[in-house]
Design a protein around this ligand. Sequence first.
Ligand code: SAJ
Length: 432
Amino acid sequence: MTFQKICVLGLGYIGLPTASTFASHGLQVVGVDVNPAVVNSLQNGYLHIYEPGLRTLVQAALRSGNLMIAPQPEPADAFIIAVPTPFDDQKNADMRFVISATESIVPHLRKGNLVVLESTSPPCTITDLVAPILERSGLKAGVDFHLCYSPERVLPGQILRELIENARVIGGINTESSQAGKDLYGVFVRGEIILTDATTAEMVKLMENTYRDVNIAIANEFSRLADRFGVDAWEAIEIANRHPRVNILKPGPGVGGHCISVDPWFLVEKAPDLTNLIRTARNVNDSQPHFVVELMRRALGGDLQGKNIALLGLTYKADVDDVRESPAVEIAHLLVKAGCRVHLYDPYVHQFKVEGAHLSLDLNSALENAHLIVLQVGHTALRSLNPSEMAAITPARLALDLVDGWDDRAWQAAGFQLMRLGNGKNYSTAVN
Ligand code: SAJ
């Protein structure tokens, strides 16, 4: 199957790079987004999201005339749905955006078309939700049009490279649909393209991220044990990982982002009676911010009330601008609730509201009057801060490193007591 024109619905972290990559490989692409601000800014060549290299790619695609931006889909050879699938406060998958995007395709669906859902979704979404909506067109899925599920596996910050190089799984509602999906993504995917059925592909995506969430949870639980037993978790994990079959991930302030912290709940929701481990891992990671706040309370002599705390880093992970589900933000909320005076600074975040906290646009103003400074996110710019210069701009001599980003010796030489999440060794010396 060959494709001349495709519609990509949803121009976020996945949809926009995908649309632009297809356009840069010669396809006519209509990038569709229901948010007028997104349509407007893109039509003027401005991007609403940060991803290294994306601005250049999008602007080239727009200039070439291969990428058009529009508020609704139009007839095409293929339709790719890449809209958000968040979860609601009951931790249930919110499929609103997938439903409305699928419904918007129905009037334009023609015989021989291909529809691909990329959004991370609960198992059986293709068969039980998307196919019935598309069949309102009078066309039959797998017979009159092809229908696939093909999840994204790119790492934010590396999207443009991984989009092309990563292996890709394509799950069709039948084998012809899988093959049509392979023909489409074969336009730019250089990684292996693995074909399977739709429900297996939906499960694969959820298994990848759930596996990672459970492994981060065990690293976080090890950080708590290390704190209790006076061990440096980072040293212990590094030694344990010398074992040929051990690969323990890194402890941190918790798990954020719109993927790892969300996707496991899709399995819990679908099968609550079968997912004790997955739910427990989620609860361990969601409670890590509370563990971190207790470390701060201990570091400040047991009382947080009225203390000035400078939190460095707000995004959900290093060197991205995304604050969605960020544990760093959760820690800020908890500290405000505990009566602290919270100052925030993140080189990637220039406007963001945390009730009761103050976002500083420069590091110095975040640090003045601080009693404690905390490295929450391992941004390159924050890891490379010079402790001697820091000692000159802040009265704080207590520092807490949540991501193993600062060097003990350098910070202690500059006069700081540097504590580290999960390091029961240097923590106990610092506090006594
Ligand atoms: N984290 C830790 N310790 C670790 C690794 C990560 O605490 O050792 C934290 C991070 O700080 C962050 C969260 O976990 O808060 C998630 O970060 P991440 O880098 O693990 O994942 P994402 O959400 O940026 O991207 C993941 C990737 N999935 C896997 O690595 C299995 C990516 O390949 C997916 O495409 C993406 O989810 C997605 O969109 O599903």
